[in-house]
Design a protein around this ligand. Structure first.
Ligand SMILES: [Zn+2]
Length: 471
């Protein structure tokens, strides 16, 4: 995770260009830059996939819901067919959605009028018109496919390569998973569509959307420059859409106002509206698929490292660390970056590795399965839920979770700033590495801490599902 100083300079230059108002308060501005620099690099260092492989979590949450698994098969339909059949209705739906976003989302970047979806009837550019209107990566694949759980049989369906599902050039994260092709018109289980779609927003839908990402569409979308994260790194440009920092201290927001420029609420409301519309129009396949997309972002917000900028690090320490870096002593800052990034990565990896095994072995009693099947007390879903319930709870648990990882993960992985966990030998079998150093107690302690988060994750998805079903 060696971020060059040129990245700092680039961000600083961009921010000066886009935030001329900050010149008005010289002292505040100076202090804000101090914080801005450290926060930029810290956030940009984090992995941005939140939970790894969302269907591993979504399936145990959703499959027991009354009637869902038993629903009859629905016909698969391509996005293009759906759009052509629903053009007129979508034009007004997306107009209403834009009005809602402008009214309710404080830091929303309005969609340029030229991108509004118009029902022209032209099949040649309908996908592009839609992608532009909802401002996602127009290279998104939108394949008709299913994600198989570990050990699940392809049932005669053709397997598809991850390369045909995502726009990411690095697909190594997907190699342990099998995907199968669907054919337009065939019947498919709604539960499978829903769980599959829970992973799809990590397949490149939100990549390159900012003006300084060097894409032709980013230049059109009106999101401005990437508020945080390194705009030169392919995967990091989705971070502001998959993270939500709503519960930092006022001091943090004072020094880093750009941290509020995040968009998961926009995505959740947009995809929920599309899902509701699709169901009302008898387009069930897209009703379930859009619902799964929305759930993805809600799930991301339940991950502590996606709802808290720097778990366990006080704002004053952040500022002090960066001041030292500015005085030519960058070591503490660089160390903090590496450690937070490593903890985030090992938490995801542990979750994925353990859940893959539990699925493969049908370990119904595993604490992760038990947590996912036994959510915390339900809170009714409203438009404020992603911020006031999901992210709030995750932010509140961030410091505690971070402390458990620090205590029980092998020190090299979570406390050695000279070590990069990604690609390391320990990560190829993380559970074994943990057991080797900390024994069963380490496995148990980490499992309990993650399971506690999963009980919240489960409630978030179930509450959202209930809200979708009543409309
Ligand atoms: Zn995500």
């Amino acid at each position: 995770m060696n971020l060059s100083e040129s990245c700092f300079a680039h961000r600083l230059k961009n921010s000066l260009q886009t935030r001329p108002d900050m010149y008005k308060k010289p002292l505040a501005t100076c202090l804000q830059w101090c914080f801005l620099l450290v926060a930029l690099v810290l956030v940009s260092s984090c992995p941005v996939s939140a939970w790894s492989e969302h269907p591993l979590l979504a399936y145990p949450v959703l499959s027991p819901l009354p009637g869902l698994a038993q629903r009859e098969g629905i016909p698969v339909k391509s996005l293009k067919t759906f759009l052509l059949e629903e053009e007129a209705g979508l034009e007004s739906l997306l107009e209403n959605q834009e009005a809602w976003s402008r009214e309710h989302l404080t830091h929303y970047a309005p969609r340029p009028e030229t991108l509004a979806f118009r029902a022209t009837g032209n099949p040649d550019d309908v996908l592009k018109r839609f992608f532009h209107a909802i401002r996602i990566n127009p290279n998104s694949q939108m394949r008709l496919y299913l994600h198989l759980l570990p050990g699940e049989s392809p049932s005669g369906k053709e397997e598809v390569s991850p390369r045909t599902l995502t726009t990411l050039s690095d697909t190594s994260e997907m190699h342990g998973t099998r995907y199968v092709e669907l054919v337009e018109g065939e019947l498919v289980s709604p539960l499978q569509v829903l769980c599959t779609a829970n992973d799809e927003p990590d397949f490149g839908l939100d990549l390159g959307l900012f003006e300084d990402n060097g894409t032709d569409y980013g230049a059109l979308y009106g999101f401005g420059n990437q508020p945080f994260g390194n705009p030169n790194l392919e995967y990091s440009s989705q971070a502001p859409f998959h993270m939500g920092f709503y519960h930092e201290s006022p001091l943090v927001f004072f020094f880093g106002p750009f941290l509020q420029e995040t968009y998961p609420e926009y995505r959740i409301h947009l995809y929920k509206s599309l899902s509701d519309y699709a169901f009302q129009s008898g387009q069930d396949y897209w009703g379930w698929r859009f619902m799964g997309w929305a759930m993805h972002y809600l799930g991301d917000l339940s991950m502590p490292y996606h709802a808290s900028v720097l778990p366990g690090v006080s704002p004053t320490r952040m500022i002090w660390t960066n001041l030292k870096a500015m005085l030519g002593m960058p070591q503490s800052r660089d160390d903090a970056i590496q450690i937070v990034s490593n903890r985030h990565t090992v938490m995801e990896k542990f979750q994925q590795e353990v859940l893959r095994r539990a699925h493969r072995e049908h370990s119904e009693d595993h604490p992760f399965f038990q947590a996912l099947k036994n959510p915390v007390e339900m809170i009714h879903y409203t438009d404020d839920f992603p911020r006031q319930v999901a992210a709030s709870q995750a932010a509140a648990a961030a410091e505690r979770t971070d402390a458990v990882l620090e205590r029980w993960m092998p020190p090299r992985l979570v406390a050695d700033p000279g070590f990069e966990v990604s690609g390391s030998a320990e990560m190829s079998d993380l559970v074994a590495s943990v057991a080797e150093q900390g024994g069963d107690e380490a496995i148990d302690q980490i499992t309990v801490a993650i399971a506690e988060q999963l009980r919240h994750y489960s409630m978030h998805l179930r509450s959202f599902y209930a809200a979708c079903m009543v409309e």
